[in-house]
Ligand binder design. Structure first.
Ligand SMILES: [Zn+2]
Length: 406
């Protein structure tokens, strides 16, 4: 073994600051989840041209352009998130404004990317490295729960068309597709993935749209990992063995990741980091999660998804997006090589995204049609148009109205 770690032989292995700087300048740190668009919604009603939105000069909240630069962030999945709504708890036919609001969150994210040249909207994985090399933050959009698309697989296709590149199957409520971790933690049954949920996963595979398993129940994780044709992500979750919280993944699920090829991106939400004592959550504990995942699944299956701008108090030492280098230094101090750190930073999530794109393309080229499944209890609005009119041979059963009425 040589005396020096990694590829840069001029840096001493114990010089974690220089090693981190070097690695982060050549491999983009791609974070899996940031809720700033939701903060913009609730504090500014999405008015990003408002003088109070001092994104370039610095904001009080964890994310702004100065902190993104200090933190060496090279890529960010921005969350088009809307919370669960009691109106959809029992009857998925009840109209809501969730899809409208989700469209507004996609819109505000895209307007942000347009307004600030420091951000570059990436619809494809191949866009990330050139953006990073130009000194920009590659910016992607994720949707945080299928409750946001009104139970419709057609709507999944359309948000993909708008540029959404992952969807979390649930947030903290069940939906027509899957069971949420929060529902099970509250004592509810774990139904896993529904048959419509299976069709949704197949459709997401076909589109090349990543399936996110953060927030879902254990049976949902297992069900998805058994049927998905593409690698999955956990955009912001930790290891349950280290912190026994419902939002974290158990070991037997982590063990399924190597075969699937997916990635779990560790998060900094204090309760998920240290369920016993959230106030004591610190960088060392986050590193514990990373190394536990590595021990169970390997370095190819771990990433980072801070979940900034979602809560008021963060893990000690990881208070905002400028703090990633300190985490990377701690990972190196625990024994990781530069090559392993590069996987954690961004290589793993980029590989997963690329695989989703490639598998989607193969499925489409093989002739797999868009999935037309609908929820079995779906009601359909219709006008007073008399039907049927389309089917050959239905002339005899067709009802004709007098006086030429339609
Ligand atoms: Zn979340």
């Amino acid at each position: 073994m040589g005396f020096f770690c990694g590829t840069n032989r001029s840096i001493a292995p114990g010089d974690y600051v220089s090693r981190t700087k070097h690695v982060m300048s050549t491999t983009p740190l791609i974070d899996g989840h940031n809720d700033m668009p939701f903060l913009i919604r609730i504090e500014l009603k999405n008015h990003i041209y408002d003088k109070r939105f001092t994104f370039r000069e610095g904001l009080l909240s964890p994310t702004d352009l100065i902190k993104l630069r200090t933190g060496g962030v090279g890529g960010q999945f921005w969350s088009a998130y809307m919370p669960c709504d009691d109106r959809v708890a029992d009857n998925f036919n009840t109209p809501t404004d969730l899809l409208r609001d989700t469209l507004e969150q996609i819109d505000v994210s895209k307007r942000l990317f347009e307004e600030y040249e420091e951000l570059e909207f990436c619809r494809n994985s191949s866009c990330v490295m050139p953006a990073f090399e130009m000194g920009r933050v590659a910016s992607m959009i994720g949707v945080e729960g299928l409750h946001q698309i009104d139970g419709s697989i057609a709507a999944i296709r359309e948000v993909h068309e708008l540029g959404v590149r992952y969807i979390t199957l649930t947030h903290n409520c069940n939906n027509v597709f899957a069971t949420s971790a929060t529902h099970v933690a509250a004592g509810g049954d774990d139904y896993g993935l529904s048959s419509l949920g299976r069709a949704a996963v197949f459709e997401m595979n076909r589109l090349g749209l990543m399936v996110d398993l953060s927030h879902v129940s254990i049976k949902t994780m297992e069900d998805v990992l058994q049927i998905t044709r593409s690698p999955v992500i956990f955009s912001h979750s930790n290891a349950r063995m280290v912190s026994d919280h419902a939002r974290n993944a158990p070991d037997h699920v982590l063990r399924m990741l190597p075969r699937n090829g997916g990635v779990i991106m560790v998060t900094f939400v204090p309760r998920f980091v240290n369920v016993q004592d959230p106030d004591a959550a610190d960088i060392a504990k986050v590193v514990d999660h990373i190394f536990h995942i590595v021990e169970v699944a390997g370095w190819d299956h771990v990433g980072i998804g801070g979940d900034f701008d979602a809560i008021a108090v963060y893990t000690n030492g990881l208070e905002n997006v400028s703090c990633y280098p300190q985490l990377i230094q701690a990972v190196m101090a625990r024994g990781a090589t530069d090559e392993q750190v590069r996987k954690l930073l961004g290589e793993n999530i980029l590989r997963v995204w690329r695989a989703n794109e490639e598998i989607g393309q193969i499925l489409r080229e093989c002739g797999e049609k868009p999935w037309e499944d609908v929820w079995e209890h779906r009601t359909w609005r219709r006008s007073n148009l008399v039907a049927p009119q389309m089917f050959l041979g239905s002339e005899k059963t067709r009802i004709r109205r007098p006086n030429g009425l339609p």
